[in-house]
Design a protein around this ligand. Structure first.
Ligand code: DQA
Length: 149
């Protein structure tokens, strides 16, 4: 079976994981989370490209690039852009492969402005509140979806 291509996208401030409000986001760095995910992907027959940006436009450009490529699944934590970016929503609407929106924290237990996700109704599914483990759950979910299709 051909290797499946997975894109992981992390938005603003997620490069600061490990240092950033560890009581909310945990103590692992983004590199540690990504390394674990890359290991998990091997037996699943998946190859992951990791992308992080603090710039909305760079994330939109990445999604446009994905639109023109054969990508089998996307895991995205858009950070605060989740709650504000109609441009991100519009770019995500171009995407037809399975997409899992993930949040380390349970955004519904936090400030009211975090309860709204601009993406929630256009992604395949959302995982929130399980810390770094959410990325692993998302990868397993995408693997299952690909195998079932
Ligand atoms: C976050 C939640 C967002 O509200 C916040 O702005 C982030 C991280 C999370 O992973 O829990 O940057 O997406």
């Amino acid at each position: 079976m051909a290797t499946k291509k997975i894109q992981v996208i992390n938005g603003p401030n997620l490069n600061m994981l490990g240092k950033r409000e560890p009581e909310i986001y945990g103590s692992l760095t983004l590199d540690q989370i990504n390394d674990d995910l890359a290991q998990q992907a091997i037996p699943l027959g998946m190859d992951i490209d990791f992308f992080q940006s603090n710039h909305e436009g760079a994330i939109l450009d990445k999604l446009h690039e994905i639109f023109n490529k054969n990508i089998d699944g996307i895991i995205i934590n858009p950070g605060a852009l989740t709650h504000t970016s109609i441009a991100l929503r519009d770019a995500m609407a171009l995407i037809s492969c399975p997409v899992v929106e993930i949040h380390l924290s349970n955004i519904y237990k936090r400030e009211a402005f975090r309860h709204k996700s601009m993406l929630a109704d256009i992604v395949t599914g959302q995982i929130a509140g399980f810390g770094h483990y959410g990325y692993q759950m998302a990868l397993n979910a995408i693997a299952d979806m690909i195998n079932a299709s």
